[in-house]
Design a protein around this ligand. Structure first.
Ligand code: 5GP
Length: 180
């Protein structure tokens, strides 16, 4: 059984515009500094790729993989599947997330990264679902806040599919699933 797209929530031009806006903010905030961008795999890979190409400051990129979701549901347990390759001590870190939902993943990650003595940590997310927050966490750069809906596209998946669609969509309810 496969899911199908029910509606487009955010069109591609709007995504492109918020990437440019966030990059301009980062270029301004970190002018004259070097940053270490930490891409949280897999969902943030497209956002990271778009964002770095708009940055004019010097930046390094590293990747971390964490898992908290199965299908549409949080397991409540955050597992580190792939750790960073580099040492972040003394560096200005920006965590690049696909979406902040309950905030549990971000809270866990931020606490972990602080133990490695970076100079600073800021958080950048493509999408934010503030109504779902279970834990207070600071998000410094937000592409677009969205209502409480499960989204796919622009790197975000449903069971590993739909990451490649260039806009953001909402899937149809289970009752409307199709075998096609
Ligand atoms: P949190 O720990 O904030 O509840 O969840 C963060 C992670 O859950 C995100 O990095 C993302 O992988 C996944 N997630 C949360 N909401 C959505 C959503 O609407 N769509 C998709 N595809 N993943 C989501």
């Amino acid at each position: 059984m496969s899911k199908r797209i029910d509606k487009v929530l955010i069109e591609q031009p709007e995504v492109e515009a918020f990437v440019k806006r966030i990059a301009a903010d980062i270029n301004r905030d970190y002018a004259g500094k070097k940053v270490m961008l930490i891409c949280v795999l897999k969902g943030a890979f497209i956002f990271l790729a778009d964002l770095v190409r708009e940055l004019e400051i010097e930046c390094e990129v590293d990747f971390m993989a964490v898992s908290s979701y199965e299908g549409e549901h949080s397991t409540g347990v955050v597992r580190i599947l792939k750790d960073l390759d580099s040492d972040i001590s003394g560096k200005h870190v920006i965590i690049v997330e696909d979406i902040v939902d309950t905030g549990l993943t971000l809270d866990h990650l931020t606490s972990l990264l602080w133990t490695r003595n970076p100079a600073s940590i800021k958080v950048c997310t493509a999408f934010d679902k503030p109504s779902r927050r279970k834990i207070d966490c600071t998000v410094d750069y937000i592409g677009r806040s969205i209502p409480d809906e499960f989204i796919v596209g622009y790197g975000l998946d449903y069971n590993q599919y739909f990451r490649n669609i260039p806009f953001v969509a909402v899937l149809a309810d289970d009752a409307e699933e199709t075998d096609e």
